[in-house]
Structure formats: C-alpha cells, structure tokens
Design a binder for this molecule. Sequence first.
Ligand code: PLP
Length: 399
Amino acid sequence: MNKNQIIEEADKNLFHVYNRFPVVFDYGKGVYLYDSDDNKYLDFGSGIGVMAFGYGNEDYENALISQLKRLTHTSNLYYNQPMIEAAKKLCDASGMDKVFFTNSGAEAIEGAIKTAKKYAYNKKGPGKYEIVAMENSFHGRTVGALSITGTDHYREPFYPLMDGIDFAYFNDYGSILASINENTCAIILETVQGEGGLYPADKEFLEKVQAICQEDDILLILDEVQCGMGRTGTMFAFQQYGIKPDILTTAKALGAGVPVGAFAVTDKVAQTSLVPGDHGTTYGGNPLCTAAVSQVFDMFEKYDLLNHVNDIVPYFEQTLDRLVEKYDFVTERRGLGLMQGLVLTIPVKEVVTKALLEENLITLSAGKDVLRLLPPLVINEADIDTFKEKIERVFDTFK
Ligand SMILES: *Cc1c(COP(=O)(O)O)cnc(C)c1O
C-alpha cells in the first residue's frame, strides 16, 4: 500500500478522534524516524516525550525480546520478577517507598486520586474529598484525570465530571491558600507544566505548597508523567527543588516505548490508604512492560544519561536563545532541561506542520502559542545543529 492508500484505509476503520498529519512512520534509528517512502525525519518530539533513548536501541530491544519469549502476562493474582525489579528501581530513583504500575499516565493519575481520597477518608472521615488542581494543567483524558485538567474546552462536553475540584493558579501561592479548606485531601500539580506551555514551578512556590500540605495533612501529588524520567536533568524534576511529593505519577518515558505508567507513594500514604480490594488493573505491572521499565533504569546508568542531559542542555538552551534573538516572532524560551518551548507570535500549528512536511523535522506544540521540543535524551550537539538549520529554514518563511 502506498501512503495515500494507507491513510484512506485508516479513515475507513479508525474513529476520527485525532487530526493526524499525513505521514506514515515505518521504523526508526537513533534520533531519526523513517516514513513509508523511506524519508528521514529528525525527531524533537520523541513520541510526546516517550522515546528517551531514541529508536532501535539494541539493549532495550534485546531486553524486551528475551522477556517476550519468556512471559508477557500473568495478571496481578500472582508475582512476577520483572515487576518487582522495576518497582525497586523506581523506588530507588525517586525516593518513594511503594509503587503501583498502570498502563498509562491517565491511569496513574486515577490511582493517585483514589489513594488521596482513601487517605483522607481514613484520616479525617468521609466528605474530605476535595482536590485543588491548577489552571492550565494537563493530567489526561479519563474522567477523573479530566476533572482535574485545567483547560475548560477539554472538560466542558463531558460534564458532570468528578465533584469537589477547585482550580488555583500555578506559581501563585495566594490562590492555593484561597482554594484549600478543611475538606481538601490533595493538591495536584505538574512540577513542570507540559501541555499547558512549558512552565516550570517556582522553587519558593513548591516549598510553600509542600509546607501547607504538611501542616494540614493534605497530600501533595506531583504529576511527572511528562517532566519525569530524566527529562529535566534529574530523574524526577522535584529532585531539583529540595521537596518531595506524597504521591508521584510517572509514565511516558518510564517504559521508553511500551505502555506503562506508575504512581508511587510514601510509606505514610501506603499505610493509611489503599488496601487489597480498593484498586486494580488486569495488565498493570505485566512482565513485558515492567522488563522495559527495569531496562530503562539500567540504561540510565549504563549510558550515564543524566550527566549527558546536563552536559547537552546548555548547548540546546543557547541554540534556542539565539532563535529568540534572531526572530521577532520568537518572543521567549521557557522550560527545564530537555523540555523546552519557544513562545511564538506566528501560528504554532503552521510551524509544526511546515517543519514536519517541508523540513522532515518533528516538533510539538503546547498551549496556544508554544513550539514544544522534547528531543530524545540521547541527542548530541550535531543533532541540535541539524535542528537549528531546519527550524531556521521554517522560520525564514514567516519573515
Ligand atoms: C501525557 C500526560 C498525562 C497523560 O498520560 P497518558 O499516558 O496520555 O494517559 C498525564 N499527565 C501529564 C503531565 C502528561 O503530560
């Protein structure tokens, strides 16, 4: 089938819930993807922050192949070794104490919400179920996650959603104080807002939020589905802030290409919240996906990847800062580590489309006006130079 036939076939059988670009990707190697006509694309989107090691990594593939041949699924009625190893590595890397594996980021959020509600139910009694979430946040598309996602047009068609949500403003501690009351069980925020437009939390803001949470026995949930797993230069972004959540959510790069997420809690939370019968999933923690998680943590060590990220970030930032200097319509660079955005006054969707179709450069958008860049963590200076050449050719067409 040629490209047009493939797309026609897709329209016949797939529910039209995405507006996809007219590109059919076939395989990948390193930081490049190849389409059905063998055109080569530089990937600065990583499948929305998933492909931390790029494509076709042999260590990763071999680990998955050997697990695939051994055992892929048993359910949570029994133990399996990859899940246990992955949980230990995630606890060690995050400083959290107990892990529950899910199949996606949204499911990690659902689990975090249920954990917080159960904790408050046990500690303070019924009715203490309110959650403070952030305007401009993104936590996923399931009903619970949607209820705490601070973008009206995602939520509105699906009302009524989960009850008891109050939205405060990110990096505005006064609005947090105004939102909490004696029924608040949790405050949830992204350490770095991703979909909302690449806003890192201020250090002072996070410190104060943690302090008020501790004071009032409110659980702090940090959603690091996008900003976690090394993207910002530490395994989890909160580790740069000198604070720690009560509940942490992760997914996207956790499995670096297989569907897996997790929420992790402190012992304090684990001892006073979910018990057998409260929560579950058929697939979650299956040996295939958790073998990937385990291998991902091993590869961070083997490649000294956090140090690589920290080494390469200044070059990436400088390159982006030059674009801000050079083009009037690029007004700001914003982000943390290899999670960066350029704020544009030209239509960002057009930029993303032109970059993809004319320059074979994969980028993402965020918010209304941000060109979002989530390159694989393994990028080098030459990749960044290639990115610069391509994006400059795109920007030049808007001059
Ligand atoms: C992507 C994302 C989610 C949802 O993850 P899915 O795997 O798409 O369900 C939740 N939170 C944040 C911060 C995300 O970026």
